[in-house]
Design a binder for this molecule. Structure first.
Ligand code: CA
Length: 278
């Protein structure tokens, strides 16, 4: 009889990949992203405002998350802190008055995730080939859709599709928050409207399902948005709930005993040789 001895060490962790691209039309990139694998934290911010001030607003949002995330701070509170920091900057620099940013943030461990957002930056959940939109845009179009004034079809090329009803830095934003559980193999996608305006949910679902590697999924999504026009800055962050097999030892009990026996004989011979020498 041989007994199998198998030792497997699993490390449960979150993999995060992300990228941002200026696109084909805009002169500069007003999106900004944050990916922090160690903390399971990721953010996409999409800035708006004239004279490149959108870049300032999205950068302030990302910096606020980078500096403030701790166990004591909720994502909602960090978004509100970012709002206050953008407002303060606009007062300090009058030329940047009216700048703002939409943002979506996620904080995850291998069992739970929390998502908070303001505006039309989105989060989707993907599980075994099925995509589900988690966030509801704070936008004029979403308002029209919910009140039944327009259909999904009419929304597709609506002239006011980019009008948001909430943004950090403007008025008094009220972030929405979602708490859910997730499983090994699940993915969370965060994106700016530069992705969701160029790719519908079916296209996003297909590309996520076709790319097992998170980095290639991110670059395929951005590549597809650029091929469809790339009319806006495009940002994509992908989180995957993954278990990594770090090391494995497999051997038969008999083989193990034979190895120990062989080693004992070698040590005995060495000791005898050393004693006879001295
Ligand atoms: Ca945008």
């Amino acid at each position: 009889m041989t007994a199998n001895a198998t030792i497997t060490v699993d490390s449960f962790r979150i993999i995060i990949s992300g990228a941002t691209n200026t696109g084909h039309v805009r002169g500069h990139n007003e999106d900004a992203i944050l990916t922090d694998n160690a903390r399971g934290l990721a953010v996409v911010a999409d800035g708006m405002g004239g004279h490149a001030t959108g870049e300032v607003a999205s950068r302030i949002t990302i910096d606020t998350f980078a500096q403030l995330t701790s166990d004591a701070m909720t994502l909602r509170n960090i978004l509100l802190q970012a709002h206050a920091a953008i407002v303060a900057k606009a007062i300090e620099q009058p030329e940047s008055e009216g700048m703002g940013a939409t943002a979506v943030a996620v904080l995850a461990d291998t069992e739970h995730f929390q998502i908070a957002w303001v505006g039309d930056s989105r989060a989707y959940h993907w599980r075994r080939g099925q995509l589900r939109q988690l966030t509801r845009d704070h936008s004029y179009l979403e308002f029209l859709l919910r009140s039944g004034e327009i259909t999904e079809q009419q929304a597709l090329n609506h002239p006011q599709r980019n009008v948001v009803t909430q943004a950090l830095g403007l008025n008094s934003p009220e972030p929405d928050v979602i708490n859910e559980q997730w499983q090994q193999g699940d993915r969370l996608l965060l994106c700016s409207d530069g992705l969701s305006d160029e790719l519908d949910a079916n296209a996003i679902e297909r590309l996520l399902s076709a790319n097992a590697d998170t980095e290639s999924a991110v670059s395929e999504l951005i590549g597809a948005a650029l091929r469809n026009g790339g009319r806006d800055n495009v940002s994509v962050v992908l989180l995957e709930n993954r278990s990594e097999k770090l090391s494995e030892f497999t051997g038969s009990g008999r083989g193990l005993l034979a190895s120990i026996g062989g080693l004992t004989v070698v040590i005995f011979v060495v000791i005898v040789w050393w004693l006879r020498r001295s």
